[in-house]
Ligand binder design. Structure first.
Ligand SMILES: [Zn+2]
Length: 293
C-alpha cells in the first residue's frame, strides 16, 4: 500500500531504542536459530525471549523526522509510524463497531536495534516481531523484514511489512477482548487455541488492509491509497512465508503438525483474505470447527 504523500503521519505513536551493547546471547548459532523458530514472527509465545539486555534512552530524533506520507513511502521506520497512525484510527472505530469491545491504544510501538528489554523479558532481533501483553507494547526490529525475504522467501514490499505490524496490532485487540489468554494454555497443533489466536490476528490484519484507505488524519486526508492486487499479493506472500509448514520445511526439513503454533501457509493466507473481504467481525477463528480452520 502506498501512503498519500501529503497525509500527516506525525501522530503515529512509535519510539526508537538505540543500539545496545554487551548483551550476551546464549547458545551460539544453533541456539539462536531455535530461538528464532520458537517465537518466529508475531508469536505470542514468549518462552523464547533471551534474558538480559537493556536499552539506552530513546533517541527519537529520526522518528520525529517522519511527518508525512511521503516520508512513510521512503523509509521503513516512517512507514511503521504511518501504519501505526492508521491502525489506531481504524481500531478506535472497528473494535466497538465490529467486535463490541472498548478500545484503548497500545503503548507506542518500539522499533529497536539488535536488542531491548521488554515487559516480557529481553528481546533480540532473532526473536522476531512480537506483542508483549503485560506492557501492551509491540516490539519490532525492522531488520526482520530483510530476513522475511532472504530466509523465508516472502516477496518484499511495504504492504508485507505493514501486514506484520497489523498482525501484532491484532494481538493487542485480542488482549483487550480477553482472547489472548486462550493462547497461553501451552497447547500446540493444527486446531490449538494458539493457532486460532494467530489466524485471527492475520484476519484482523486483512480487515485493516481493506479499510486502511478510509482512515484519515486530523485534516481528513486518507493515510493510504487503496491497495493494488500486486500489493495484496505481497501481503499474502508474507503470510505464506511464515506458515508453520513452510518454516518447518526450511528449518527442520520436515513438517510436524502437532507442533504448529501459527497455522499453515494456506491457513494464514486464507484468514487474511477472510478479514480483507468480510471485515473484523468475520474473524471468529474460535467458533469454526477444526476442519474449517
Ligand atoms: Zn502472532
Amino acid at each position: 500500500m502506498t501512503f498519500n504523500p501529503n497525509s500527516d503521519i506525525s501522530g503515529g505513536r512509535t519510539s526508537h531504542r538505540g543500539r545496545n551493547t554487551g548483551l550476551a546471547l546464549g547458545g551460539g548459532g544453533l541456539g539462536v536459530i531455535a530461538l528464532f523458530v520458537i517465537s518466529q514472527f508475531l508469536g505470542v509465545d514468549l518462552t523464547g525471549l533471551a534474558g538480559g539486555g537493556g536499552q539506552q534512552a530513546a533517541p527519537d530524533t529520526e522518528l520525529e523526522q517522519c511527518l508525512t506520507g511521503e516520508d512513510a513511502n521512503e523509509r521503513v521506520d516512517c512507514r511503521m509510524k504511518g501504519a501505526a497512525a492508521s491502525l489506531e484510527v481504524y481500531w478506535s472505530a472497528a473494535a466497538p463497531e465490529q467486535l463490541g469491545i472498548a478500545y484503548q491504544a497500545p503503548q507506542p510501538v518500539v522499533l529497536f536495534d539488535q536488542s531491548t528489554t521488554t515487559g516480557c523479558g529481553g528481546a533480540t532481533s532473532a526473536t522476531g516481531p512480537f506483542y508483549c501483553p503485560p506492557d501492551q507494547t509491540i516490539y519490532l526490529d525492522v531488520t526482520f523484514f530483510d530476513e522475511l525475504e532472504s530466509r523465508f522467501g516472502a516477496s518484499d514490499g511495504p504492504l508485507a511489512e505493514m501486514y506484520v505490524l497489523a498482525h501484532e496490532w491484532g494481538h493487542h485487540v485480542q488482549n483487550l477482548a480477553g482472547i489472548l489468554e486462550a493462547a497461553q494454555d501451552g497447547q500446540t497443533g493444527p486446531t490449538s487455541n494458539g493457532v486460532r489466536v494467530e489466524l485471527q490476528a492475520d484476519c484482523f490484519a486483512g480487515a485493516w488492509v481493506a479499510n486502511a484507505a478510509q482512515t484519515t488524519d486530523d485534516q481528513g486526508v486518507s493515510f493510504l491509497q487503496p491497495p493494488t492486487q500486486a500489493q495484496i499479493d505481497q501481503a499474502l506472500s508474507a503470510a505464506a512465508a511464515v506458515g508453520d509448514d513452510r518454516i518447518q520445511e526450511t528449518t527442520q526439513g520436515q513438517v510436524t503438525p502437532h507442533t504448529f503454533t501459527h497455522g499453515t501457509s494456506e491457513q494464514r493466507q486464507r484468514w487474511f483474505s477472510i478479514g480483507y473481504e468480510q471485515g473484523a467481525a468475520a474473524c471468529d477463528t474460535f467458533r469454526v470447527d477444526g476442519s474449517e480452520l
